[in-house]
Write a protein that binds this ligand. Structure first.
Ligand SMILES: [Zn+2]
Length: 265
């Protein structure tokens, strides 16, 4: 035994160190996975719902995101849906709908807001990108901390990754990693992958609530072509062109707010 220990001294030290590193990072990983983000309900929030209310198989899974309801839910008045956190590595894509959830009070219609649309992607950070787990923002009321996640669903919730991902309703071929990208999973699939199930829940919600407009908030790097842009399906052209004209006219020319970046289509 003594001889064995002496001969393999370096290997034993190396294995012990590897186990310590695995233990520390493992604890950190599990802790982050089950840490719930803290959002303060704004005065306009009238009810809370869950994505699983619209697609039962999500119940009890990590993907069962909260839905903040603002307004009357009167079916005779229009309803819109705001999605934040489709890509949890794009903080402003969550902060914009969060600010609305905390501040708007409606006099008419209903606004539904999901802040962690791909909740599984808030449970880890992408390997080798050295991104933080949390980031904080200083406010007049103190520092606020938010989770920073990954672009795709956690591999724990969806495995394996194919070499090529074939989008199920269009047949479009995409890179394998996009099988875990919620933004490539619509309109979803009820017996599909985890990510397709989340997309299915959102589509069920849109249909059941008769949502007239869904806005999905994202963030892009400065050099990215679709910065400060509204991207829309061509069928939604008649809504989007007047909306963009009004936003640009009011904010830039009427109000003359120089902080405003003109929005492109
Ligand atoms: Zn995005």
């Amino acid at each position: 035994m003594k001889k064995f220990l002496k001969e393999h001294q370096l290997s034993i030290i190396f294995i012990a160190l590897a186990l310590i590193v695995a233990l520390i990072t493992g604890i950190q990983y599990v802790k982050f996975r089950y840490t719930e983000a803290i959002f303060v309900q704004g005065p306009g929030v009238t009810e809370m719902q869950k994505l699983s209310d619209y697609y039962a198989p999500l119940k009890g899974t990590i993907g069962d995101a909260d839905i903040y309801v603002l307004g009357s839910q009167d079916p005779n008045e229009p309803s819109i849906l705001l999605l934040g956190g489709t890509h949890p590595n794009e903080p402003s894509g969550q902060l914009a709908p969060l600010l609305l959830m905390e501040n708007i009070e409606l006099t008419n219609g209903t606004v539904y807001i999901i802040l962690e649309t791909n909740k599984s992607a808030y449970t880890y950070s992408f390997p080798q990108e050295a991104t933080p787990e949390y980031y904080s923002i200083e406010t007049p009321f103190g520092s606020r901390e938010f989770k920073y996640g990954a672009r795709a669903t956690n591999a724990i919730d969806q495995w394996p990754i194919p070499d090529i991902y074939v989008h199920q309703s269009t047949g479009q071929k995409l890179s394998g990693i996009d099988t875990r990208n919620l933004n490539r999973a619509f309109p979803g699939k009820s017996n599909g992958t985890y990510t397709e199930k989340v997309a299915q829940a959102i589509v069920n919600f849109v249909n059941e609530k008769d949502i007239i407009l869904t806005l999905d908030f994202h963030e892009a790097a400065p050099e990215y072509a679709v910065n400060n842009a509204l991207i829309y399906h061509e069928r939604a052209r008649d809504t989007n062109i007047p909306a963009i004209m009004r936003m640009n006219l009011e904010s830039y020319w009427v109000e003359y707010d120089t902080r405003f970046a003109p929005i492109k289509l």
